[in-house]
Design a protein around this ligand. Structure first.
Ligand code: HEM
Length: 424
């Protein structure tokens, strides 16, 4: 295994030689939960992967498709705001944000994908929702811990229990996803969801848009799109609570550009430059995929003059690059102003790569920025936020592939006037 911790080495691999580095190691979890290495995250570079990325770009992540599912995400954020306002209309109330943000992300993604909610009240089918929630807990547990046998294959001799469990879990998840698709197919469920859209593509090209391709996409979107977004929002809120002057500046920007009459919409996020700088600064210091997703060179090559044989696992340490004093001034400080000159927009460069770089960079970054921007903006627009007993928020990082906070975020919030106007 090789770990790259400099921006020049990352650029050499992910931009200059990106085709050579565009393969993924064949981890055992990707065999079972990744439909035998055929999903867009797990498949090797080649025609199949290129086709999946094309389908993703045109039919899933395009602005037109994201606009088509925006209502569902708007409704979810309103439910969160209403929930937070229940006890905080008169005075500050203590709230536990981590679980709320996690439920929000999962509901957001599942409504975008399947048009149904699975957490909180008004779930469509309580039994099905319970099954989904159990599956998610299991899947995140299995994908959050590395499997030592992926690095030392000899351990496979002893570790077959893990693979057996994965197989069972993958079968249960497959059954769940198949039911979701069948329900749309038999027209029991009609909505503007991704599944409905992919099934309409299946009618015109049944050989390519198979059920397996559709299930693989849903699986990937759930795994890659939920935790990453919710931990980013949690880290951003933690940073804002520790930097009240940044929070105030963000609130002033929202008040002057959006006001207190209407709630922020996804379309407003691009014009809220300071809010976007807060997102970037959070992703710089707390990238939700600190080592990106492992890459693997398809042929022998060199990196920074060192020989690297084909089949080596290559990790890009975005976390270290984002805190490198050779690249960033005062790298440990949270200063959204450092992005002022970019007008709220920053092309992902080899300095700032929370979504990766090159061919295998995250295709969901637009959706992620819509969800994170809308949630963060709405929380700032609708509530005043304070720390509990004025105590500094502990920013220790916990274990897990998506770098969670070690201690889940709790804070005090009090509804601002817009909440009383909009939620009676
Ligand atoms: C803040 C949120 C997010 C962050 C920080 C993030 C970050 C990343 C990173 C670092 C990679 C790997 C790049 C590489 O291999 O070099 C990746 C890949 C990927 N992400 Fe995201 N992501 C986020 C949200 C999302 C969302 C919302 C979706 C979809 C709904 C998504 C879908 C994917 C997919 C499908 C891949 C695999 C691409 C491939 O292998 O070709 N991500 N993401």
């Amino acid at each position: 295994m090789v770990v790259l911790s400099s921006s020049t080495a990352a650029e050499e691999c992910l931009v200059k030689n990106d085709i050579v580095f565009a393969n993924r190691p064949k981890f055992i979890i990707a065999k079972h939960l990744g439909y035998n290495y055929t999903t867009v995250v797990t498949s090797s570079y080649g025609d199949h992967w290129r086709n999946l990325r094309r389908i993703g770009a045109n039919e899933i992540f395009s602005s037109a498709r994201l606009n088509a599912t925006e209502n569902a995400r708007r409704d979810e954020i309103r439910r969160l705001l209403a929930r937070l306002s229940n006890e905080s209309r008169q005075e500050f109330a203590k709230v536990e944000l981590k679980s709320m943000l996690s439920d929000l992300s999962l509901n957001n993604i599942m409504r975008t994908v399947a048009g149904k909610r699975f957490y909180g009240d008004e779930v469509a089918n309580e039994e099905e929702a319970r099954e989904f929630r159990e599956l998610m807990v299991e899947i995140f547990k299995k994908s959050g811990t590395g499997n030592p046998a992926d690095y030392l294959p000899i351990l496979n001799w002893f570790g077959l229990g893990f693979e057996r469990e994965l197989k069972k879990l993958a079968q249960r998840m497959d059954g769940f996803l198949q039911k979701l698709i069948d329900e749309h197919r038999t027209k029991k469920l009609q909505n503007n969801s991704m599944i409905q859209h992919l099934l309409s593509m299946q009618q015109s090209d049944p050989l390519y848009y198979t059920d397996e391709i559709i299930k693989g996409f849903i699986m990937v979107i759930i795994l890659a799109g939920t935790d990453t977004s919710s931990v980013t929002i949690e880290w951003a809120m933690a940073n804002l609570l520790n930097h009240p002057q940044v929070l105030k500046k963000a609130r002033d920007e929202i008040d002057s550009l959006i006001g207190q009459e209407n709630l922020i919409e996804e379309a407003d996020v691009p014009k809220l430059h300071y809010l976007r700088s807060i997102m970037y600064e959070t992703l710089r210091l707390y990238p939700a995929a600190p080592l990106l997703i492992p890459h693997m060179p398809s042929s022998d090559c060199t990196i920074g003059g060192y020989d690297v044989p084909s089949g080596t696992i290559v990790l890009v340490n975005a976390w270290a690059i984002h805190r490198d004093p050779k690249v960033w001034d005062d790298p440990e400080s949270f200063k959204p102003e450092r992005f002022d000159d970019y007008g709220g927009k920053i092309e992902h460069s080899h300095k700032l790569l929370p979504f990766g770089l090159g061919r295998r960079a995250c295709p969901g970054s637009n959706l992620a920025q819509r969800m994170v921007g809308l949630t963060l903006g709405s929380l700032i627009q609708c509530f005043e936020w304070e720390r509990i007993d004025g105590k500094e928020i502990d920013m220790t990082e916990g274990k897990g592939t998506t770098m969670p906070k070690a201690h889940s975020l709790q804070a005090l919030c009090k509804a601002r006037p817009i909440v009383n106007k909009l939620f009676h």
